[in-house]
Design a protein around this ligand. Structure first.
Ligand SMILES: Cc1cc2nc3c(=O)[nH]c(=O)nc-3n(C[C@H](O)[C@H](O)[C@H](O)COP(=O)(O)O)c2cc1C
Length: 136
């Protein structure tokens, strides 16, 4: 089955992870403004939090999925919270999709916090995670 990578970013951090994952998957990391156009086995969905919440655009993207998706794999950056997993899982399941129990999360730079994150190691770890998910 095919793999797709979608991301939402405001300051570029999460896009870096999405691109590392997409490289492994051999696809292009696209913003969530690009809807899925074909059935997908694994959807890597990269998101973050702003004032403790996942962006409304991520919720809309998930709600508007009108192709078959085998499972959604969560990828995230944030400055304080440990992951967007719980929030995204709830949105994914409300919309009748399956959420993978596996995820990748790392810190993302926010003002003076976590400068340079995601860094080179974070990107390598994200790529390794994607390989494992895809059985490579
Ligand atoms: C407006 C704004 C609000 C944020 N609020 C939170 C927050 O409530 N909790 C948190 O852990 N990180 C918060 N952050 C930090 C971001 O989650 C972090 O910098 C993340 O890596 C940003 O991803 P992006 O560069 O892909 O947009 C906030 C960042 C911004 C810009």
């Amino acid at each position: 089955m095919k793999t797709a990578v979608r991301y939402y970013t405001r300051t570029g951090n999460t896009k870096k992870l999405a691109e590392a994952v997409a490289k492994v998957a051999g696809v292009e990391a696209l913003p969530i403004t690009e809807p899925l156009t074909e059935d997908i086995g694994t959807l890597f969905l990269a998101s973050s939090v702003y004032a403790a919440g996942v962006a409304g655009d991520v919720k809309k993207f998930i709600a508007n999925i009108d192709v078959q998706v085998g499972e959604v794999v969560n990828i995230s950056t944030a400055a304080i919270i440990e992951s967007t997993y719980a929030q995204v899982k709830s949105i994914v399941e409300i919309n009748g999709l399956k959420m993978s129990e596996h995820e990748y999360h790392c810190r993302g730079q926010f003002t003076l916090m976590h400068r340079g994150r995601p860094n080179a190691k974070d990107l390598r770890d994200a790529a390794e995670f994607a390989k494992e998910c895809l059985g490579q």
